[in-house]
Unconditional design. Structure first.
Lengths: 299, 181
């Protein structure tokens, strides 16, 4: 077994305040894989890379730097489970590394607040850390094979792009998340436009909800056509988008056409590890997960 | 059949020659190399279902049509998926250019009411999406801390975050409503 490593767990907004079930599954599953989490006390909104950054870039940079500074002081790398937060931290670090005057600008904003920041901390997505583990070690934890389950894998955008500032070997047609999903015994099912955006980001969900939901609908239709049993994502905002959009689409249609359970990756992995679905937060989804659980647990 | 194509004249007054310089200086340094190939529009998920055309936005920016660009609600249809930035054959940071123009729009007072609302929540709580009663209960039932260990449960932290937003001018920017709303 590899040695365990501690990270400063950055929650963001959507995960703790709208989908605490995702948070619960992360806190349950990661330590079992040797990834220890320490709360990043007093953290704020990341802030959102397409929203707050669109309104005031200097504010975005300063608040992101504050969150990174908290982790730097704690002495751990920052770990996030949201693609948006991940994008914010990766882009903030690259901005201050490439333009030292921006670090100085942030330090000036911090004056007299007791915040120390040198930009020496790293920000990681939890899926990156899980992918760094030996797959054989992960397999040892799997007690319940998810064989026969067809998964629609959704990567999201900010996890992968801009590719120049991301750790992945490839710039497109990624497979790392599919590989991790398939460790559980499930099948990652091919579907059209797999790498298309969920439609939530950039302030579009907030201000132009019809356009936003229509983008999600396109992906949902493609996944229905491919016959998936569930969607697996690694972003709290994509997760919100797929859960909430299905509810809204059903309401507009007057029929329950959209019923694909939406699982965060650690919920799927937790099921394969034989963990309790309720503890994994699967009982409080907007789209009922019971049909999937029945299929997995053979009830 | 009559000729239905009407003339569209771009008057000198509509052109601000400094507009593109500002965008370049803020980081979209290769925007002048745009060849109007349309790759950006062809990969845009918003463009698939709306009249939003990234290529058109880039061209208008290059022409210096500042007021037209900044006042257009289309500027807010980009979901920041970054696909155009990845695929641009001229390596233009298209998404960055859009974000730069959005910053300029907000500075001019063009901000959508929903965006102002989220910004106010950030100012008040440190979260653009703050906790509510239903989710406090959900957290408790899941065995999590009822209030997350963020600015929600730390007054000093919230104070720091608010101070930062005051110093960067965000508080003034959001609270001082110009022509919008």
């Amino acid at each position: 077994m590899t040695e365990s490593k501690t990270y400063s767990f950055f929650l963001g907004c959507v995960m703790p305040n709208r989908f605490p079930n995702i948070e619960a599954s992360i806190r349950l599953v990661l330590p079992k894989l040797g990834i220890e989490l320490e709360d990043l006390e007093g953290a704020s909104c990341c802030p959102a890379p397409g929203v707050i950054r669109s309104f005031s870039e200097p504010t975005w940079l300063a608040l992101a730097s504050r969150n990174l500074a908290l982790a730097e002081t704690a002495g751990h790398d920052l770990l996030t489970g949201c693609n948006g937060c991940y994008g914010t931290f990766r882009e903030t670090l690259s901005e201050i590394h490439e333009h030292p005057e921006r670090l100085k600008e942030v330090q000036d904003v911090f004056k007299g607040m007791g915040l120390k920041f040198q930009g020496k901390v790293e920000a990681k997505h939890l899926i990156e850390v899980i992918y760094e583990l030996d797959p054989e070690d992960i397999k040892k934890h799997i007690t319940k094979s998810l064989e026969g389950i067809k998964v629609g894998v959704h990567y999201g955008c900010h996890l992968l792009k801009p590719s120049k500032n991301r750790p992945w070997k490839q710039t497109q047609r990624h497979t790392f998340l599919d590989e991790l999903v398939e460790l559980t015994g499930a099948t990652s099912t091919k579907y059209k436009d797999k790498f298309l955006c969920c439609g939530a980001g950039g302030g579009v969900r907030g201000s132009q909800v019809a356009v936003s939901v229509d983008i999600a609908k396109e992906k949902l239709d493609n996944m229905i056509e491919a016959g998936v049993d569930c969607i697996v994502n690694v972003c709290s905002f994509c997760h919100l988008q797929y859960e909430a959009s299905q509810v809204q689409l059903n309401k507009e249609l007057g029929e329950k056409k959209y019923q694909i359970p939406v699982l965060y990756f650690t919920q799927l992995l937790g099921l394969a590890m034989g963990l309790d679905p309720i503890e994994l937060g699967l009982g409080v989804h907007m789209i009922n997960t019971q049909p999937l659980l029945d299929k997995i647990l053979g009830n | 059949m009559t000729d239905r194509i009407s003339r569209e004249t771009i008057y000198d007054e509509a052109i601000d020659p400094d507009f593109i310089d500002t965008i370049v200086d803020a980081g979209a340094d290769r925007i002048r190399t745009c060849i109007q190939c349309g790759t950006c529009s062809s990969v845009c998920p918003s463009g698939r279902r709306t009249a939003f055309r990234t290529r058109e936005l880039m061209r208008k920016a290059l022409l210096g049509l500042k007021d037209e660009v900044l006042s257009s609600p289309d500027l807010w249809l980009c979901a920041t998926c970054l696909t155009c930035l990845e695929r641009c054959p001229r390596q233009i940071k298209v998404t960055d250019a859009i974000i730069i123009m959005r910053n300029m729009a907000v500075a001019e007072g063009y901000m959508l009411p929903q965006h102002r609302k989220s910004s106010k929540k950030l100012l008040e709580t440190g979260h653009a999406v703050p906790i509510d009663d239903a989710n406090r209960a959900k957290r408790k039932n899941l065995g999590l801390k009822e209030i997350p260990p963020t600015t929600h449960s730390n007054e000093k932290a919230l104070h720091d975050v608010q101070k930062i937003m005051e110093r960067t001018g965000f508080k003034k920017l959001i609270e001082e409503e110009k022509e919008e709303e």
